[in-house]
Design a protein around this ligand. Structure first.
Ligand SMILES: Cc1cc2nc3c(=O)[nH]c(=O)nc-3n(C[C@H](O)[C@H](O)[C@H](O)COP(=O)(O)O)c2cc1C
Length: 217
């Protein structure tokens, strides 16, 4: 189970959806270390690496933060449950299945054996709209390295309505900003399916916005 899958890079890129049904099986330390080692190979502006990667395994801490996450979930999505479920699985948005999976994660967040919380230092007051570019590449590397180990993940942010409480609970410096909360675990349900996206022809523009053509020329 902990063996690395020999997986061509492009195949991994096409088969890493959010995995929100996770088992409680522990992730071995050496595997976790490998994921973090892959993450920190990611890019940051000027290679400043003003980041910290918080590994959360403490049950009490997870429970406290999960309650804040659930509060964020309820405000952003939970209150719209009926409407979202009535909308079915039409393209765009999380859809019915996505909603139910996200609801499951919200209800079971603390059961994931490990969370990684990527943090940008000195970022709390930043007005730079491109701030995230100095960490999200690395976050994706973490998630792809997890994929190689058969470990599922989801980039989540719903804890952030309680950013101050989370910062304090994690003992972060005042000027630090949590950029995500990534629950990691071996998948309990679902598969490594290709993520569904809008057609490439619809979102690609050549030279100037609006100049679109079929992907194959
Ligand atoms: C900025 C950002 C914030 C997100 N926040 C959450 C979240 O709080 N909870 C969650 O379950 N998924 C969250 N997601 C995951 C998205 O819902 C997911 O990437 C999207 O639905 C596509 O899923 P797929 O790759 O499985 O197709 C977030 C993704 C991004 C990029």
């Amino acid at each position: 189970m902990t063996q690395t899958e020999s997986l061509p890079l492009l195949e991994a890129l096409h088969s890493t959806p959010s995995r929100r049904f996770l088992s409680t099986d522990p992730i071995p330390d050496d595997v976790l270390w490998e994921l973090l080692d892959a993450a920190v190979r990611g890019p940051s502006g000027g290679n400043t690496q003003r980041w910290a990667w918080i590994v959360v395994r403490d049950e009490g801490l997870k429970k406290r933060i999960a309650a804040w996450y659930r509060d964020g979930w309820n405000n952003a999505y939970g209150v719209h449950k009926e409407r979202i479920l009535a909308g079915g699985d039409a393209d765009g948005g999380v859809g019915r299945r996505g909603f139910l999976a996200a609801e499951h994660l919200a209800e079971h967040l603390e059961e994931a054996p490990v969370w990684v919380i990527p943090v940008l230092l000195g970022a709390a007051g930043s007005k730079n709209p491109r701030l995230g570019s100095s960490i999200y590449g690395a976050v994706q590397q973490l998630m792809l390295a997890a994929r190689a180990h058969g470990i599922g993940s989801t980039l989540t942010t719903l804890h952030s309505a309680h950013e101050d409480e989370v910062r304090e609970a994690l003992g972060l410096p005042e000027d630090a900003l949590t950029m995500a909360l990534i629950p990691l675990g071996y998948p309990a349900k679902g598969r490594w399916a290709q993520p569904k996206r809008r057609p490439i022809e619809e979102v690609v523009h050549f030279d100037t916005f609006g100049n679109q053509r079929s992907a194959r020329g």
